[in-house]
Ligand binder design. Structure first.
Ligand code: SF4
Ligand code: SF4
Length: 106
């Protein structure tokens, strides 16, 4: 039997005019500010490429933050920034690898 997350986790139906593959690059990276996450799972559910999952780790508030699914790579990210836009806690963002704003210290 599928878990509630698996049931909700079908690929979203994007408008016909949106061809996500056109925007795909191999230069983006997803950064997660773990301590801000409240485990709402929106980024996981609505990522069109389905590359995120809940981590086994918990942050100081006791929430499981998202992580990249094992076997996926940042090359699978469509760089659509949707996770960034939908996150109510501003806990996830995407930058191009050559953009100096990106750091993974948090
Ligand atoms: S930018 Fe975010 S929502 Fe879009 S494909 Fe990458 S991880 Fe998924
Ligand atoms: S959308 Fe934001 S708060 Fe919700 S699980 Fe993802 S990172 Fe955490």
């Amino acid at each position: 039997m599928k878990s509630s997350l698996e049931r909700r986790r079908k690929k979203p139906e994007w408008p016909a005019f949106t061809n996500i593959d056109e925007y795909k690059t191999t230069s983006s990276q997803v950064y997660i500010i773990k301590e801000r996450c409240k485990e709402c799972e929106w980024c996981i559910i609505y990522c069109p490429e389905q590359i995120l999952e809940k981590s086994d780790e918990i942050n100081a508030k006791g929430y499981h933050h998202p992580k990249l699914i094992d076997g996926k790579s940042f090359e699978d990210c469509a760089e659509c920034h949707f996770c960034e836009l939908i996150c109510p806690e501003f806990a996830i963002y995407v930058v191009k690898q050559d953009d100096e704003r990106g750091n993974n210290d948090e």
